[in-house]
Design a protein around this ligand. Structure first.
Ligand code: ZN
Length: 676
């Protein structure tokens, strides 16, 4: 018997899902109403049973929502769309339930509140805050309007994401003339041949999936081919490019922004940026702008120098008089090779996936004293999926995670961690262990060989594994603040960016690298070259992220539905002040910027940089004490990883580091500011 059985994916009867969901929601409504008729309220008679009820709903929905993202199909999409309004209606209804709000408030005001532990108190603080943000205090008419907006937003953001997926799959480049492949690495060519074969075509097919796109944009000698791919990629889901007008997100973005603004205004915020900060670590919009500006000021002149060097190199070595947008990655790659004698492709043979994984597991074992073992015979949604169990040093089960690492059709792009199940204490008293979904889009192995990762893919894997660790190693018993739940969004990237460092250190690289043929670890000489190249164009990269962050934040801060074309204008204005690379007029990057239009990063993309400061500063302690120093890693585990959302992130950071984070730590890590 096991009360920690894994989730089911393959035998979900899709047509029955909407009805099943209705019955769960109705049962929950009924239970809530019954609970609210009690004469007085406390944790055990209200919050504990509600948590169990919420958990059953999320365990029902989580696999469906996950499948929609990774094995999308028309049927699944239809069911998903049918269910979304039900879920958003239900969430709004709960969030606006005044009786429920007052019941929780009575617990907060009672003497018993002081007897609750910190995590429970945080659950209650968050709940009261979230009721207000769900419009509990609004007039009945405004409540209705609010609910309508929430429902429309959930549909619009899903439509945005669907458009990006369809547009990404709605275009391919079919090549039959081998000479066009010049410069593209062997690995990219073989993958393209494989795709062509699957589609019963001769030659090679390049797609807009990221490994395929990068193979061309970074390496193809044919400038025309690079331009073709660049145009298709940067105009996805827009009014421009080869599929102009198909799956166009222009109006969808406008509607999303307008509804977000209305929603914020109903809650008495001036704009959606203020609304976003209501749940974040940074509380003032001006602080976000000041923080980003500080990084711009620190990086701009260095970035200009980097770009000038690139331009000069393109002219003198490659005979390119002007640098077009589709030349930047290609020329950068050539310059990197010339300057550091290193290329991503040269490293790939040293990072076969099985070795990277076993090394990663070894690293987290050394750091956090956990053992990771593969699970056999589990139910999966695709043959590529793997499942692992995480154990304590005393062999007690802590968690599970699923790995789904390869790009394929009908799978959303990018990399992410999502929770399949959260750690919590059940009403029965036993602990429900957490389960994570870790999803990436690496190029799939060809035939029976192991997948060979680029080093940046290795870094991505470590990033997502950092999120997974915070989800899995939590010691909190209450779902709302366990794992990554309850962590302000601008602190949630700390654990992930923190773990990336182990993909760069010599000691840890020795554990994750092994030539797939000779089985030798990455030679020291190659490691030194790779490490010297680490901060290549760091300031340009920093500015790119700052451009995205400022665009997102200013757009949500100043959006005015009466202005036309504000999305493009905001982006152009920001680019004018800080972009060092040319961006063609047809570029519609924003039309596929899912983080802010479909994900949770609206007026919150700055979070990456904000958290990166904390991650870099946390890691600087490991640089002092040793990257495998057990007492330092133990402290990191006990503070940031294990206590997640139950405490304020600044409090946890100070508990770990002994002081507040310093911005210099990031600038030094990126080589933008020299160490004193
Ligand atoms: Zn992340």
């Amino acid at each position: 018997m096991s009360n920690n059985v894994l989730a089911q994916f393959s035998n979900i009867n899709l047509s029955a899902v909407p009805e099943k969901l209705d019955s769960i929601l109705n049962a929950n409504r009924k239970q809530l109403n019954t609970l609210l008729t009690q004469p007085s309220f406390n944790w055990d008679n209200l919050l504990a049973p509600i948590e169990e009820m919420d958990d059953q709903l999320s365990q029902f929905w989580s696999p469906i929502s996950h499948l929609n993202a990774v094995v999308n199909s028309p049927e699944l999409r239809g069911v998903y769309h049918q269910c979304l309004p039900k879920l958003s209606e239900y969430a709004s209804e709960i969030g606006q339930n005044e009786t429920f709000f007052n019941a929780i408030k009575s617990i907060a005001d009672s003497d018993a509140f002081q007897q609750l532990d910190k995590a429970q108190q945080q659950v209650i603080h968050h709940a009261l805050r979230d009721f207000k943000l769900a419009g509990v205090a609004l007039s009945p008419e405004n409540k209705k309007q609010f609910r309508e907006l929430v429902k429309q937003l959930s549909q619009l953001t899903t439509q945005f994401e669907d458009n990006v997926l369809d547009a990404s799959q709605g275009w391919v480049k079919h090549i039959t003339d081998q000479s066009e492949l010049s410069g593209i690495p062997e690995h990219g060519i073989r993958t393209a041949a494989e795709v062509a074969k699957q589609k019963n075509k001769s030659g090679w097919i390049f797609t807009l999936e990221i490994p395929s796109y990068l193979a061309v944009i970074m390496h193809a000698d044919s400038r025309a081919l690079r331009e073709t791919m660049y145009r298709a990629y940067t105009t996805r889901a827009s009014d421009q490019g080869p599929n102009a007008g198909h799956w166009d997100n222009s109006q969808v973005m406008q509607n999303i922004l307008q509804k977000r603004l209305s929603l914020a205004q109903l809650l008495n915020f001036n704009n959606y940026a203020e609304r976003s900060l209501a749940t974040k670590m940074v509380r003032q919009t001006q602080h976000v702008l000041d923080f980003l500006q500080k990084l711009v000021d620190a990086s701009l002149s260095r970035a200009r120098e980097e770009y000038q060097a690139l331009k000069a190199y393109a002219q003198s070595e490659l005979g390119l008089e002007t640098l077009a947008a589709w030349d930047i990655s290609y020329v950068s790659e050539k310059l990197r090779e010339q300057r550091y004698n290193i290329s991503e492709e040269e490293l790939r043979p040293y990072f076969p996936l099985p070795k990277v994984l076993s090394g990663l597991f070894q690293i987290v074992k050394q750091l956090f004293n956990i053992n990771i073992k593969p699970v056999d015979g589990f139910d999966r949604w695709h043959d590529d999926v793997r499942c692992y169990a995480v154990y304590n040093s005393d062999d007690s089960l802590i968690a599970h995670f699923y790995l789904d690492l390869y790009a394929r059709e009908n799978k959303r792009g990018g990399a992410w961690m999502d929770d399949c199940r959260i750690r919590r204490k059940r009403l029965s008293g036993d602990i429900q262990t957490p389960i994570a979904f870790l999803t990436c889009n690496f190029s799939a192995p060809i035939n029976d060989a192991s997948a060979l990762l680029t080093h940046s893919e290795v870094v991505t894997l470590f990033h997502e594994f950092g999120h997974s660790l915070q989800h899995m190693l939590t010691k909190i018993d209450y779902a709302d603040v366990s794992g990554i739940n309850g962590i302000p969004w601008d602190a949630v990237e700390v654990a992930s960016q923190f773990l990336e460092n182990w993909a760069w250190e010599k000691e840890s690289i020795a554990l994750i690298s092994e030539h797939y043929k000779t089985h030798e670890p990455l030679p020291d000489e190659l490691y030194q070259r790779m490490h010297r190249a680490k901060n290549f164009q760091a300031a340009m990269m920093m500015l790119r992220q700052l451009e995205f962050s400022l665009f997102d934040f200013k757009l949500h801060l100043a959006f005015d539905p009466k202005q036309s074309n504000q999305v493009q204008k905001t982006l152009d204005e920001i680019r004018n002040t800080l972009s060092v690379i040319p961006v063609p007029e047809f570029n519609r990057f924003q039309h596929s910027f899912s983080h802010i239009f479909a994900g949770g990063y609206a007026a919150g993309y700055y979070s990456y940089k904000w958290a990166e400061v904390m991650a870099a500063d946390a890691f600087s302690l490991f640089k002092e004490k040793g990257i495998f120093d057990r007492s330092t890693s133990q402290k990191f585990l006990e503070t940031i990883l294990a206590s997640g959302g139950a405490y304020e992130p600044l409090e946890l950071f100070i508990a770990f580091r002994g002081r507040e984070p310093k911005i210099d730590a990031l600038l030094k890590q990126e080589g933008i500011q020299q160490s004193a």
